[in-house]
Write a protein that binds this ligand. Structure first.
Ligand code: CMC
Length: 438
């Protein structure tokens, strides 16, 4: 089939003409409140019989959203319009959860009632505990998270009518509340300590630290510096528009699957080292580099096309500038290490790595800067979070983002099941050959 297409771009439309048939289609150019114009190609196939292809979605928007905006060229990140720097400095994670879910910062009363609802849902069903016992003690906590979060749908089926806004809200609160308990339990199980029940007198982040680190035999004092740093980490990870895990949650949700199953699929997508698994990979890389003198060798290896080695915690699909979250975490790292009086060669190695990479033409040309995962691991390590829990911390932080996107999608009246097309390059139609003739 010969198709000759002409694209003519006007102010608010692109006209595409197929010269072989003379048929034309006017494609609307949509303009959001921020960001580039977006061509609505939804009728391209029904009108002109052609698909578009964009592996990795480098130029393709998968949905419309009001939650988070990123300007990757300028290094800007806004949640519901508020700059991430202001939220990290002035807000708390629970307040950010409310903001992401509802679109506005809460009043004092709204925050109080939200906090009380999250507290109310913080325990997990006693029956869920037997799930943990089925895992081997050395299971990666992310594998436990995927299973136990998916299993929530078997215990909380009284709120699974996704077309009922009240059910959606209860599920959202349950999800945010129970993630801390499930995450802490997966750690406790791996070290053979008893599960610790939540204490609703504590803040969201303090409660998580309490369930992670306290034991019945001793009094556990929460260090405010540690609680503050972890709360910041949660805020900085809370949402990042249509990343791989959030897009997975939306795609799973588009089939009308229940929210717990959808969040579980998001946790799976987060696990890989190109996404949320990078924080664990960064620390393993820094430990391998060992000392600042070895940094050059690894930078050369990252540039070598024959090597599969990449600088973990560097580069981003959207940011072509310093990731604003990494900037905040770099300052937080220095503050936390000073306050805890901890010194680690990992920070020295990381700073040297950043210094060398940012001056190197390879990284400059490709606009590769430190991302959120570059410094977060150093803080997590300093406050006593074990390496295999790093991606769990990311999942905990990202939960309000996932659930807000799920809520936004379900409430959208034009919502359709996600069903991409493909460019088929396999065998053309042929006849079956009997096994004796192959
Ligand atoms: N080290 C060395 N080279 C790199 C790196 C890196 N970390 N990242 C990208 N490049 C090169 C890559 O080889 C490619 O070169 P060329 O054009 O010559 O083939 C070019 O830069 C573009 O890379 P890409 O893989 O096509 O870019 P992408 O947008 O598909 O990937 C990324 C983005 C984050 C997966 C990638 O930068 C990466 O693998 N970084 C390391 C892993 C990491 O830190 N991930 C966490 C991301 S931030 C948190 C999150 O979203 O979860």
């Amino acid at each position: 089939m010969d198709v000759y297409l002409f694209w003519i771009m006007a102010k608010n439309t692109v006209t595409i003409t197929d010269n072989s048939t003379g048929k034309s289609i006017e494609i609307p150019l949509l303009q959001g409140t921020e960001g580039p114009a977006t061509a609505d190609i939804g009728k391209l196939y029904s009108e002109l019989g052609i698909f578009t292809i964009d592996p990795g979605f480098t130029s393709t928007a998968s949905c419309e959203s009001k939650i988070t905006y990123i300007d990757g060229e300028k290094g800007i990140l806004l949640y519901r319009g508020y700059p991430i720097e202001q939220l990290a400095e002035k807000s708390t994670h629970l307040e950010v959860c409310y903001l992401l879910l509802h679109g506005e910062l809460p009043s004092k009363t709204q925050l109080q009632s939200f906090r009380s609802s999250i507290g109310h849902h913080s325990m997990i069903h006693e029956g869920l505990k037997s799930f943990f016992n089925g895992f081997s003690r050395d299971a990666h906590p992310m594998s436990i998270m995927v299973s136990v979060v998916g299993a929530l749908s078997a215990f909380y089926h009284d709120s699974l009518d996704i077309f009922n806004p009240e059910h959606r809200e209860i599920s959202a609160h349950r999800m945010i509340a129970k993630m801390t308990t499930i995450a802490a339990n997966s750690y406790k199980y791996s070290v053979g300590q008893p599960f610790v029940y939540p204490n609703n007198e504590l803040s969201y982040t303090e409660n998580f630290l309490h369930m992670m680190f306290s034991v019945p035999a001793e009094k556990y004092e929460i260090n405010p510096v540690v609680a503050d740093a972890l709360d910041k980490i949660f805020i900085l990870h809370a949402d990042h528009e249509q990343n791989a895990s959030t897009s997975t949650v939306r795609l799973a949700g588009s089939s009308q699957a229940n929210p717990f199953a959808c969040i579980s699929s998001g946790i799976t997508a987060l696990w890989g080292p190109a996404h949320g698994g990078a924080n664990e990979a960064v620390i393993k890389m820094l430990m391998k580099i060992e000392k600042p003198e070895n940094v050059n060798k690894y930078v050369e290896m990252a540039k070598d096309k024959n090597s599969t080695f990449r600088l973990m915690g560097f580069g981003h699909r959207v940011y072509k500038n310093y990731d604003p979250r990494a900037k905040i975490l770099k300052e937080t790292t220095e503050r936390v290490l000073k306050a805890l009086n901890v010194s680690t060669p990992l920070l020295e190695v990381a700073m040297k790595l950043e210094e060398i990479a940012l001056k190197d033409p390879y990284f400059i040309e490709k606009k590769l800067y430190p991302n959120v995962d570059f410094y977060s691991g150093i803080i997590l390590r300093a406050i006593g979070i074990p390496l295999n829990m790093f991606t769990v911390i990311f999942a905990l932080g990202r939960t309000p983002g996932w659930i807000s996107h799920w809520m936004e999608m379900i409430a959208e009246p034009k919502q359709k099941i996600g069903r991409p097309r493909q460019l088929y390059t396999g065998a053309v139609s042929r006849n079956y050959v009997d096994i004796s003739k192959r």
